[in-house]
Design a protein around this ligand. Structure first.
Ligand code: XIL
Length: 472
């Protein structure tokens, strides 16, 4: 509503506050007097209100509730970003090894895009909600399964996801070190391998590390994650964003240093987002504080609440969301909406540039893949699909000739001391600079003229050695 008499030429295009300096009052000449001037009508939904400052406001969606019109009415009206609450997790998308199922995930994805919303992908590598087959894996088999999973899911959604939570909850609550898990026991580098794999799989998606209890700047876990992100940026490991889940409760209460945490991560050269917000008891003041903290940080790109109504919450007894079980707006809703509406288009008085230049690691596809001659049995083509300082990722396509093959062996010689850091869809044996990769148990049989691929990440300078393929 426009009730003021401000001449339209003084108004900002979007709702904001206009500073009128000087001419008012006895202190006029030396004191700027801030006068709050509503520039145009306040937005009436969370998504529209957040959009005034270029941010999104999202929610977790559950596929099983898409038939509930009370639920979809609120979700569609209020939110501009969607996260699948469970449907894009590992157990949902790869219930059996190598067999992907996107039925429920696609229901959410399609609902979101058909209603004009963007989608955050959640999540690719996590100790929790692993299917049974993955829980029982370890070592290099698990490492390869993780890589295959990232490739399989990201290929399905290539170019369609705003940001992926590539790795979720990898840090320990108390110590600030890594959380013990089967993934962690494959080696400390599992997180960076996940991110490098993800970058190669979908270069258009932002890649996030996501965790809880990293809100309070003084906590060891916050510092542990901060140091990892700093290290990744320094070494060129591809990471674009940090998701702070924001599950606030009596054991993990909101603290005003949350703003420092957001600013500190952003200063490393990553976006930050509040990805799973819920607040035990849903204090309107706490919700407003959280929103204002995000608005104060230019690289805080959006906020997602973890569900629509209290009855939809994974912690419904804590009534932590913005709508009650009947779909009514709670006081916290109004507090959030007002905070978003109070923000103008430029809500960060001092944008936080990266501390050090943090270039996106160069993606330098090999211009000329190296192929073996077709000898009749099989041929192989090696392509470098991603590289970064000190490492690279390649993909090898193995193709059967005019007859089907049952088993294959690809060989090459590294030209400059390169070493594998991880290899998937094949089994490696290395002797000095000589590399032999044989089929995995599940991809040795290839029909005439068909192909399979294996891939690897390696240390050293990207190379495209000539490869040979033989079949027994
Ligand atoms: C939760 C879901 O909300 C529940 O439905 C499910 O039973 C367990 O997972 N951190 C995360 C989310 O990253 O994926 C979790 O979601 C909540 C904690």
């Amino acid at each position: 509503m426009d009730t003021d008499a401000t001449p339209s030429r003084l108004r900002r295009p979007r709702r904001g506050r206009v500073l009128l300096a000087g001419a008012l009052g006895v202190l006029g000449a030396i004191t700027a007097v801030a006068v709050s001037v509503p520039a145009d009508a306040a937005a009436s939904t969370l998504g529209a209100a957040a959009a005034q400052s270029g941010r999104y406001f999202g929610t977790a969606i559950s596929a099983s509730k898409l038939g509930d019109s009370a639920y979809t009415t609120i979700a569609n009206r209020e939110f501009t970003m969607v996260t699948a609450e469970n449907e894009m997790k590992i157990d949902a998308t790869e219930p059996n090894q190598g067999q992907f199922n996107f039925t429920s995930a696609d229901q959410i994805y399609n609902w979101a895009v058909q209603n004009g919303k963007q989608v955050r992908g959640h999540t690719l590598a996590w100790h929790s909600q692993q299917p049974g087959w993955m829980q029982s894996l370890s070592g290099s088999a698990l490492r390869q399964a993780m890589i295959n999973h990232i490739n399989g899911v990201m290929a399905h959604y290539k170019g369609k996801i705003y940001a992926w939570d590539v790795v979720n909850e990898a840090f320990d609550d108390g110590s600030g070190g890594r959380r013990d898990s089967n993934l962690q026991r494959t080696g400390d580098d599992w997180i960076e391998v996940a991110f490098r794999t993800a970058r190669a799989a979908d270069p258009a998606a932002k890649l996030c590390y996501n965790d809880y209890n990293i809100d309070n700047w003084t906590w060891a876990k916050t510092q542990g994650v901060y140091n990892m992100v700093k290290d990744f940026k320094q070494r060129g490991v591809p990471i674009d964003c940090v998701g702070l889940q924001g599950h606030f409760n009596s054991g993990s209460a909101y603290n005003s240093n949350f703003r420092t945490t957001l600013q500190s991560f952003a200063a490393l050269g990553v976006d930050v987002a509040i990805t799973e917000l819920d607040v035990e008891g849903a204090s309107a003041t706490t919700y407003a504080n959280i929103v204002n903290d995000c608005l104060a940080v230019s690289r805080c790109v959006g906020i997602t609440t973890w569900g629509v109504r209290d009855s939809d919450s994974w912690r419904s007894s804590q009534t932590p969301l913005l709508f009650d079980g009947d779909g009514n707006k709670k006081p916290a809703y109004t507090a959030v909406l007002d905070a978003l509406n109070a923000a103008g288009p430029n809500t960060s008085p001092s944008p936080t540039p990266p501390v050090s230049p943090s270039p996106t690691p160069p993606v330098s596809p090999s211009p000329s893949p190296s192929s073996s001659p077709v000898t009749g049995a099989c041929s192989a083509t090696l392509t470098t699909i991603n590289s970064w300082p000190g490492g690279f990722q390649s993909e090898v396509t193995v193709r059967a000739g005019s007859s089907a093959i049952n088993g294959w062996t690809v060989k090459w010689t590294w030209p400059g001391g390169q070493t594998f850091s991880s290899l998937w869809n094949g089994t490696q044996s290395v002797s000095g600079s000589s590399v032999t990769v044989r089929n995995a148990p599940y991809n040795g049989s290839i029909a005439a003229g068909s192909s399979t691929t294996f891939g690897f990440t390696a240390n050293g300078t990207a190379a495209t050695p000539s490869v040979t393929c033989t079949s027994p």
